[in-house]
Design a protein around this ligand. Structure first.
Ligand SMILES: Nc1nc2c(ncn2[C@@H]2O[C@H](COP(=O)(O)OP(=O)(O)OP(=O)(O)O)[C@@H](O)[C@H]2O)c(=O)[nH]1
Length: 876
């Protein structure tokens, strides 16, 4: 290796030929071109002085890094000019993030394959090295005469730096993640900066021909320094990461501890848990206990379900059902058992049943009062009549003109009833006019009304509802007072009304009858006091009395759930006196009177007979017509209410569990039924057998047909009861049900079918069973979109600009347009677009345009729901 070409040496040194030539010149070696040959001593000569100048001596301690970098740099400069440019721009940048991002070593190294030492340098970058460099930072900077040049470059580049170029992106990919923490930054920066400096030198600042090596070094040193400076106080920069680390470590520990405490309390409570577990497992081993005789009595009130009884006995419900089947009862787990059946059943398991049901009759029946305890009570009046004959007007007129003395000016409240006063005597009006309310109450067994005011418009006469009202009143045995209304009208013909009413047995006194007639005008307030007087008279005749000195009983007139007050109900006290704090039961609800208000909204402390009061303190909303009974203690009130609730549940359950051939299909669809039970009754034994046999043959794997009972003779109550208990249908051939059985079947909802031809019956059942398995159509919900805009498209019509709220919109799906939850259109989707393209479907949270087939009335805010109809095929 005695002779070396200039270009070879330059390459070796990692500098440009030009530069080397200049250097050679500076040491007195003249070369012509890069092809010139150098002697070995020349080579050494030119290499020797290229050591760092004294001023930059401190950098010696990082020679390894420096040299490596230096060697690599030129290549990097030429090859990755853009990167360098941006990096150069970052040199003076005080922002620490930028230099960190750019770690150009790898590309550089790649391009200088003959410098194998380069790559190892990278991973070697220890934080410590960076740290040692920090103090040097300032010196070179001070010497550095180039900032302007650098800045020049920086300006355009800085924006570039902000927006990563392809190159940058590539480089960014190599950011040393282990050094993500602040600590390694200085190292990275140092490295990062090196190429830019070089590049700056070469491309922007023309290297001075003289003393290039020294200059170079200086610049390098400066460049080293800059990134460090840019980190802002190197020592600090180093400390802080360390501090940060400590903090982080502390935080981590704290977090871990927290997590343990909150989510994994195991370690701490581990022992305890184990002990716990041990006790549990040892507890499980306890031997099966036989309840004491006293415990072998099951208390029920009137009835108990199979499931509940099984639970109380401690056996499986299926065991009970099995026993019941042996007893001839086909029941389900929810089937209610009466006391007798339950007793029989319990006996099988050595249990006794005790009926602890409250004697409801005892509670419900009001005790007869001693005649001397009875006191006069106001009459309760209901106004009835034909539509528009003036019922409401009359009620209002009476109320407005006859408010109770001394209470005038109070704000009237609608509580369903109100009281008026005339001559110191009170009259209570139920202010729900019409015979519907009247009959509804009566249907629930409530007899509230004492007197009916039949309103007949003088200009209209007797009308259909007038007749109905008369019939209802008569059926209830309530006396009628006729109010011929609208007598102010010129066309009023009161005499004609009287005449018409004669037909219904309502004959006025003047015509020799006993019905009171009053001609009034609700509008002009004519004769209203007369009407009231007549009511009082009628009440006197009726001698309405009640005992106010006992626990109150009454009827719910109206009930509602009030937002602020909870359930409230208007109680018309019929006997006794209701007081604040009284416990009561009404229908299936109980409660305690917390407050009482009259029809003017005034608080009252007590309400006597015929007084309507709004009661607060119900546990639930009772029904109008429910009997209200005040009770001495809460326990009893609760007991009665829960007993009634249970009864109600049982009745509902019984209703629901009944089977009809039509319902069967639905039930099987829901998976509730796999059997069709039938009871066969026929006129002759031959028919019974033939039918039973034909039906059994209809059984399939999917639906079993069980003839649970068959016999000759009429359909009896027993048959119906059996059908009811076992969800069976009754098929009768040439037989009729007994009248009582027919009524019971109606009541119990038992499907009773009568045939004359066996074939028809078998055919019916077959159809029902095939119906179970016929293909059915079911709607499948797909999604919903909200109309946000409506576009009018020429020739096409309106298209809804929608936002898919959930599910997805599928082209050609069936759709319905909902406006305020009301279906305003149902049909097909005619188009589904996203922007201008037809699409097959649009998913949630996307916008789309939807066209509806033959429908244009789309409005913003409408909801488009799409669905498809599924065919569910089922085969026998
Ligand atoms: N001239 C006259 N019009 C009356 C009188 N009473 C009621 N009207 C009018 O008759 C119409 C019907 O009166 P309402 O009190 O609403 O009759 P209603 O029987 O309560 O009607 P429905 O609640 O629909 O059954 C109203 O326009 C009243 O103004 C009256 O005494 N004289």
């Amino acid at each position: 290796m005695s002779k070396t070409h200039v270009y070879e040496l330059a390459k070796k040194m990692g500098i440009e030929n030009k530069e080397l030539i200049a250097r050679l010149k500076s040491v007195g070696i003249e070369v012509k071109s890069h092809l010139s040959v150098l002697e070995e001593e020349d080579v050494q000569k030119v290499s020797a002085p290229s050591e760092p100048p004294k001023g930059i001596q401190p950098q010696q301690d990082e020679v390894r890094v420096t040299t490596t970098v230096i060697r690599r740099r030129p290549k990097a400069v030429t090859q990755t000019a853009e990167v360098i440019e941006s990096v150069a721009a970052e040199v003076p940048e005080p922002a620490p993030a930028t230099p960190v991002e750019v770690v150009p070593e790898p590309p550089v190294v790649e391009e200088v394959p003959e410098k194998p030492e380069a790559p190892p340098v990278e991973p070697v970058q220890p934080e410590a090295v960076a740290a040692t460099e920090e103090p040097k930072v300032e010196q070179p900077k001070a010497e550095e005469p180039e900032p302007p040049a650098v800045q020049e470059v920086r300006k355009p580049a800085s924006t570039e730096a902000d927006k990563p170029t392809m190159n940058r992106a590539r480089i960014l990919g190599r950011v040393e993640l282990p050094g993500l923490k602040p600590a390694p930054r200085p190292v990275e920066k140092r490295e990062v900066v090196i190429p830019p400096k070089k590049k700056v030198e070469e491309r922007v600042v023309t290297p001075p021909p003289a003393a290039p090596a020294v200059d170079d070094r200086k610049k390098k040193a400066k460049v080293f320094a800059e990134p460090a400076t840019s980190t802002g106080g190197a020592p600090g920069a180093k400390k802080s990461p360390a501090g940060g680390k400590k903090k982080e470590a502390y935080k981590k520990a704290e977090l871990l501890e927290k997590r343990e405490r909150i989510f994994e309390p195991g370690p701490k409570s581990g022992k305890g848990k184990r002990r716990e577990r041990e006790t549990v497992s040892s507890g499980r081993k306890t031997e099966i206990t036989v309840p004491k005789a006293i415990k072998r009595i099951i208390k029920i009130s009137e009835s108990i379900t199979v499931g509940e009884l099984a639970k109380r006995i401690g056996v499986k419900a299926t065991d009970l059902i099995r026993v019941l089947m042996k007893m001839g009862m086909m029941v389900t787990i929810n089937h209610p058992l009466d006391v007798d059946t339950a007793t029989l059943l319990a006996a099988e398991f050595s249990y006794e049943i005790e009926n602890v049901a409250i004697d409801m009759d005892e509670v419900l029946e009001s005790t007869p009062d001693e005649p001397e305890s009875l006191k006069k009570r106001p009459s309760v009046v209901t106004i009835m009549g034909h539509v528009d004959h003036g019922k409401t007007s009359l009620l209002d007129a009476i109320r407005e003109t006859n408010v109770i003395a001394g209470e005038a000016g109070g704000i009237t409240q609608h509580i369903g009833a109100y009281a008026v006063e005339l001559n110191g005597r009170k009259i209570t009006f139920l202010d729900t006019p019409g015979h519907e309310a009247f009959t509804a109450m009566r249907a629930r067994g409530a007899k509230v009304t004492d007197i009916v005011i039949l309103v007949v418009a003088a200009d209209d006469g007797v009308m259909p509802q007038t007749r109905e009202a008369i019939n209802h009143s008569k059926a209830a045995g309530v006396p009628i007072i006729v109010a011929i209304n609208k007598i102010d009208k010129p066309e009023a013909k009161p005499e004609r009304v009287k005449q018409e009413l004669m037909e219904f047995g309502l004959v006025s006194e003047e015509w020799g009858g006993d019905t009171i007639f009053v001609e009034v005008s609700a509008k002009k307030r004519v004769n209203l006091p007369d009407l009231l007087e007549m009511i009082l008279l009628q009440a006197d005749v009726m001698d309405l009395k009640a005992n106010p000195d006992k626990e109150a009983r009454g009827t719910i007139v109206e009930a509602k759930l009030d937002r602020g007050r909870g359930p409230v109900a208007t109680v018309l006290v019929q006997e006794g006196t209701l007081k604040i704090g009284d416990y009561f039961v009404a229908g299936v609800h109980f409660g305690r009177v917390r407050a009482m208000l009259n029809d003017r909204g005034d608080k009252v402390l007590a309400a006597g007979p015929s007084m309507p009061v709004e009661v607060i303190g119900f546990t639930g909303v009772p029904d109008a017509g429910d009997v209200f009974i005040s009770l001495p203690d809460e326990k009893k009130a609760k007991e009665i209410a829960s007993y009634r609730q249970q009864k109600l549940r049982e009745t509902e359950l019984a209703k629901h569990s009944k089977m009809s051939l039509e319902q069967l299909y639905d039930k099987i669809q829901k998976g509730e039924v796999k059997d069709l039970n039938a009871i066969v009754k026929a006129d002759v034994q031959g028919s019974v057998e033939a039918v039973s046999e034909s039906l059994r043959k209809l059984s399939t794997d999917a639906v079993r047909l069980n003839v649970i009972h068959s016999s000759v003779g009429a359909i009896t109550e027993t048959d119906v009861n059996l059908a009811s208990a076992s969800n069976a249908i009754i098929l009768g051939f040439n037989v009729r049900p007994e009248p009582k059985a027919s009524a019971l079947a109606d009541k119990e909802g038992v499907d009773l079918r009568l045939y004359n031809i066996i074939y028809d019956a078998v055919e019916d059942i077959k159809k029902a069973m095939e119906g179970l398995l016929e293909p059915t159509l079911r709607e499948k919900y797909l999604g919903r979109a909200e109309v946000r805009e409506v576009f009018s498209v020429p020739k096409i019509g309106n298209v809804a600009g929608c936002y898919v709220l959930d599910g997805k919109m599928i082209r050609n799906a069936s759709v319905r347009l909902l406006r305020d939850n009301v279906v305003v259109y149902e049909g097909k989707m005619s188009s589904l677009r996203r922007f201008k393209d037809d699409v097959k479907e649009v998913a949630t949270s996307y916008e789309c345009g939807i066209g509806l087939e033959n429908y244009n009335d789309i409005k913003v805010g409408d909801i488009i729901e799409d669905f498809e109809i599924e065919k569910i095929a089922a085969k026998l």
